[in-house]
Design a binder for this molecule. Structure first.
Ligand code: ARG
Length: 465
């Protein structure tokens, strides 16, 4: 039997394989809510403009509500023969309301329909992701406030560089995530145009009102070019690039947690709820959640790649290739959402090991820069010379196998006679971090202020959305 929706000119139906490669219902049923939302707006507009009667519109709207409950209570029967979510819903609508259902597709095509559904879906998803980012930022900010003066080693090249505070480290991620949030908000603004009414590709001869559907669907304006409206998937790719950058940030934090939770570092303890044991080694506590957050970035960047490659060779306007946009996008957004939730839980439960962090901060001559800065400030030495003098003192400490603040004054004076006892005031890690008061620096005072600033800003973001 040929297809009920478009089979007028076909003598027979598709082969089994054709049906399999063609059908998208297996995954695009996730768009049912947006599809019905779009159909309702289209239907109301058709009635308002006199293109269909109010009676027909009422029947259609009622039928669409029935379908929503059928899908949500699990009684709706999806059929592969009906290809996709659009035709599955329309076929059921015909069963419920009779021939009037056929009027819903007046002045519409699946091309503008799917473009609209997918925009609504991505828009909803981006809104949720933004909220989740705020929650993670809040968790990090709470840790930052609690550990504004917890000292830890700061690293470059994963080598001990200078002491910093744990709170400062947490707030670095708050900054990164804030850029992700602003990129999502920016992508949302750009995507918020209404493709509905572009019809197949050229617009329609019916007197439709695109501003009406735009308003009903909370878009900012109708897409201005019908060809672009049905062929554009920038909104998905843009959101996936933001998702990729965000996932990359989460992966960096995850990597730090994996290192920090190791027996060699012991910087932090991850809670039992976010660790797993080993089936053979009873002593193990594995940071699986962090590892998975780090691992999932692969499929998220993969989704962006997939879409860029699917789209890059397509002539205007719609081609069926574009049906391949959905699965990777669904997968990527679902996994980013999961990663954000897991990371929020891990950060909330995270317990920094203050003693070990401080000991580690003292190792590796981490206050050498403070020593050099003292020579510059107190002795008026050019920084390059101070760097050299400090290097010789570090070598002395290495030979004595002690920290910088344990090198005897006489040994320092052997390198630079003008050095006085006062130098020891800058050599402790507490003094070091306390002195980093330049804007954006790691001093506990700064961190407290920044954490408070973020607390207020994020509380506002969480309530106003
Ligand atoms: N299932 C299709 C998709 O996801 C819907 C659009 C089909 N349009 C068409 N002209 N065949 O892209």
């Amino acid at each position: 039997m040929s297809n009920k929706m478009w089979g007028g000119r076909f003598a027979t139906g598709p082969s089994e394989i054709m049906e399999e490669i063609n059908a998208s219902i297996g995954f695009d049923k996730q768009l049912y809510a947006q599809d019905i939302q779009g159909s309702k707006a289209h239907c109301r507009m058709l009635a308002q403009t006199g293109i269909i009667t109010h009676d027909d519109a009422e029947a259609i709207l009622h039928g669409l509500d029935t379908i929503t409950s059928e899908i949500e209570n699990g009684s709706f029967e999806f059929s592969r023969q009906l290809e996709d979510i659009h035709m599955n819903i329309e076929a059921r609508l015909t069963e419920i309301v009779g021939p009037a259902a056929g009027r819903l597709h007046t002045a519409r095509s699946r091309n503008d329909q799917v473009a609209t559904d997918f925009r609504l879906y991505v828009r909803d998803t981006v809104d949720t992701l933004i909220e989740q980012i705020v929650s993670l930022q809040q968790a990090l900010t709470r840790k930052a406030a609690a550990h504004a003066d917890t000292i830890m080693p700061g690293f470059t090249h994963l080598q001990s560089a200078q002491p910093v505070t744990f709170g400062h480290h947490c707030l670095a991620y708050v900054e990164m995530l804030d850029r992700d949030r602003s990129r999502f908000a920016d992508a949302r603004r750009r995507m918020n145009e209404n493709p509905l009414g572009a019809a197949a590709l050229a617009g329609t001869s019916f007197p439709i009102d695109r501003d009406a559907t735009t308003q009903m669907l909370s878009f900012d304006r109708p897409c201005a070019n019908s060809l672009d409206a049905v062929s554009d998937r920038d909104f998905v790719m843009e959101s996936l690039s933001v998702a990729s950058i965000c996932a990359m940030h989460l992966s960096r934090l995850a990597e730090e947690l994996v290192i920090w939770a190791s027996a060699q570092f012991k910087f932090v303890k991850l809670s039992d709820s976010f660790s797993t044991g080993s089936s053979i080694m009873p002593q193990k506590r594995n940071p699986d959640a962090a590892e998975l957050v780090r691992g999932k970035v692969g499929r998220i960047i993969g989704a962006l790649n997939t879409l860029l490659i699917v789209m890059k060779g397509l002539p205007l306007t719609y081609s069926k290739d574009m049906q391949e946009d959905k699965e990777p996008a669904f997968d990527a957004f679902r996994n980013l959402s999961l990663c954000l939730a897991a990371m929020t839980g891990m950060v909330d439960d995270l317990e920094p090991n203050e003693e070990i962090l401080k000991d580690a901060a003292m190792a590796g001559f981490s206050t050498a820069t403070d020593l050099a800065d003292w020579l510059v400030r107190e002795l008026g030495m050019p920084f390059r010379d101070a760097h050299h003098v400090t290097g010789q003192i570090v070598a002395r400490a290495e030979a004595l196998d002690c920290d910088l603040d344990a090198v005897p004054l006489a040994d320092m004076q052997a390198v630079e006679p003008a050095i006085t006892q006062a130098i020891f005031e800058v050599l402790g890690v507490e003094n070091s971090v306390r002195s980093r008061t330049s804007f954006g620096g790691t001093a506990p005072e700064n961190v407290k202020q920044q954490a408070e600033k973020w607390r207020i800003a994020l509380e506002q973001a969480a309530t106003t959305g």
